[in-house]
Every structure is written in C-alpha cells, then in structure tokens.
Design a protein around this ligand. Structure first.
Ligand code: FAD
Length: 324
C-alpha cells in the first residue's frame, strides 16, 4: 500500500528535485497512514540511495539493470507498474518534468489511474483528494479532485523547500522482466552541455530578451550570471534569431522553470513568456519602459537601460561578495 515515487538521477547523482518528490511522497504517506517507497532505476551507488531516507523514504527499491541508465519511457513505466502491483500502491508520484511527462501517462494508462499533472499542493483529503495546479498558462489555479482508485501525481519541481532529516531507508535490489519493446527506442548519441549551470535545476537565473539588442551584448548577462552563480535564459525571439541556443528559451513553447530568483532583462513580459517563469519565487525586471507588462508580475523592478544597469548590478554583487 506504500506511496511509490520515481527517483531521477544523472550518472548516479540524485537530482535535488527528486529529493523534493520523495519528501512530497513521504508527507502524503504520513497523511494517509502508510509508508513511502522510492524507486531508483539504473546504475547508482548504495551510499547515494541512502540519502533518500533523509527525505522520508522508508524503503528504496533499486532495479540495477544497466539499460535503465538512460531514459527509456516504456521500460521505466513497466518497472513502476510492476512494483506498484507488487507493493499494492495506490498513489504513484513522479516529477512534472521531461522524464515524468514521458513516464507518468504510460503508468496511469496501464494502471487505469487518474493523473494530475503539475501538482502545487498536497492532496486535500477533506475535499476528497483535491490537488492545486496552475491553469491558463499560470494565470489561474484549479483544484482537481482525483476520484480514481489509483492515482498518479506529477509534482511541479521547486514547489516545496527541502528539509533534511536523519531518517533512514532500507535498500532492496529487485529485478523486473522487460520485453524488447520496452527498449524499442534507441539513443544513438548524447550531446552534453558542459561547464554551464543546468537551467532546469538552477535556483538563480538571469534572462535576456530583445531589449539586449544583439548577441554582442550578452557578455553583460553572462557577467552578472557568473557573479551570482546563476544559469542564463532568454525569450523566444532571442533564440529564434540565434542570439542564444534554443535550450535557453523559456516560456509556453520553451522550458518551464521555477527558480528562487529570476532576473528578466529587456523582456517585455508577454503572457507566453510568463507561462514558463511566473512560478519563480522572486522576479526582478530591468526594462526601459515603465509600462512593460513584466513589471506587473515583478517583485522588484528597475526602470532603466540594461546596458547601464547590468554593469552596475554586477559590480554591486562583486562588492557584496567581497564584504561578506
Ligand atoms: P519584445 O517584446 O520586443 O520586448 C523587448 C523589451 O525590451 C521591451 O519591453 C522594451 O521596453 C525592453 N527594452 C528595449 N531596450 C531596452 C534596454 N536598453 N534596456 C532594458 N530594456 C529594454 N515568447 C517567449 O519568450 N517564450 C515562449 O515560449 C513564447 N511562446 C510563444 C508561443 C506563441 C504561440 C506565440 C504567439 C508567442 C510566443 N512567444 C513566446 C512570443 C511572445 O509573445 C513575445 O513576442 C516575446 O516573449 C517577446 O520577447 P521579448 O520580450 O524579448 O521582446
């Protein structure tokens, strides 16, 4: 009956957002009078999995099949469905990210489960099993009641702060029999971006729009990002114009991020852009136009020319770090 949670890792390092998913699963388990079981797929050290206990997992089920080192959505779903059946799990948690979006719907179909994508709250059992999620590109919230016997919940990353405990989890290695079909899609090559802070996991992001005038001015964005230890992002027209690579584009048709701090420079704040960033905890806007729509979504704003404000801000961060 335990609450199952899929854990993601990169080459054996568990992602921060997966600790959050485990903590979320553990709290739901507590609220529903059961335990939390983390499912880890692929090659990973026991010491790394032990950390899952610190975030509330009671048990870790490890399927050590090397083929699972890469995301094979069908195989991942097969593993989760088999474990859910064996454990009698009625609640299965994944993240609402690229991996989760590939795996969770497959699990839900196979288990005839209701699926909630992008959970922003714990289930409110006083209202049935109601969970809050964003709708209309983040312009409104809806409470969705999951009425099915089995429920699949995809948690929006960066929704809850992490709290480390001294909890411990037992680790069990299990086997799942896969079919050839489970590995029907072959990854032929992987191009890794190195030396950059991953935008998806970044807690601080500096982002530029068309107001930056051209790629030749991006050094100003990068200088500030470097001082802050932030990732860089951009608006869609900037990526379309090849000023920046497409993986940096955020918004409705790009990446969806929820950093602690999002600094938007020379970005107007169109609804399609906001859709990908308005879950950020603090938004700072730098724009020459005091009427720019982004100011309405901002916690702090600077009306000014990015070419002048950015160097001053970078200097201020440098000085602050020196005197810390
Ligand atoms: P602009 O709208 O041109 O704004 C530039 C801003 O810079 C202005 O506010 C201006 O006042 C300011 N500025 C100018 N000079 C300076 C200066 N020197 N210093 C400081 N500020 C200055 N957009 C996305 O970003 N992401 C998406 O995923 C996305 N998806 C879309 C999907 C659809 C279906 C559609 C129709 C559109 C989508 N768009 C998306 C485009 C979106 O509607 C906007 O056109 C886009 O976000 C505008 O980009 P921008 O703010 O960089 O440029």
């Amino acid at each position: 009956m335990s609450v199952l949670v899929l854990v993601e890792h990169t080459e054996g390092n568990i992602k921060k957002k997966s600790f959050e998913a485990v903590q979320y699963a553990a709290q739901i388990a507590k609220n529903t009078g059961t335990t939390a079981t983390a499912v880890v797929l692929g090659t990973i050290a026991d010491a790394e999995m032990e950390a899952l206990g610190n975030y509330g997992a009671n048990k870790v089920i490890h399927i050590a099949d090397k083929r699972l080192d890469e995301l094979h959505a069908r195989a991942y779903a097969t593993a989760l469905v088999n474990i859910a059946k064996a454990e009698g799990s009625k609640i299965i948690i994944t993240l609402y990210d690229i991996n989760g979006r590939a795996v969770a719907p497959r699990v839900a179909v196979q288990l005839k489960a209701g699926l909630l994508a992008g959970a922003l709250s714990y289930p409110d059992t006083a209202k049935g099993f109601a969970i809050k999620k964003a709708v209309f590109s983040g312009k409104a919230f809806a409470w969705v009641n999951l009425l099915s016997d089995i429920k699949v919940i995809m948690l929006m990353p960066n929704t809850f702060p992490l709290t480390k405990t001294d909890g411990k989890a037992t680790i069990e290695t299990q086997e799942v029999s896969f079919t050839e079909k489970d590995f029907g899609i072959k990854v032929t090559s992987v191009n890794k971006v190195t030396g950059e802070i991953s935008l998806a996991d970044a807690t601080l992001v500096v982002s530029g729009g068309r107001g930056m005038k051209g790629p030749e001015n991006w050094g100003l964005i990068e200088d500030l990002a470097k001082e802050l230890g932030a990732a860089t992002a951009c608006s869609r027209p900037v990526a379309d114009a090849h000023w920046r690579p497409h993986h940096e584009h955020v918004g409705q048709t790009g990446g969806s991020i929820r950093p602690d701090l999002y600094i938007a420079v020379g970005i107007s704040g169109a609804i399609q852009h906001l859709a990908g960033v308005n879950g950020s905890k603090t938004i700072v806007v730098i724009n020459t136009d005091p009427e720019a729509p982004f100011f309405k979504a901002a916690n702090y704003g600077v009306v000014g020319d990015a070419m002048k404000v950015l160097p001053m801000l970078t200097e201020a961060v440098k000085k602050f770090k020196l005197h810390k």
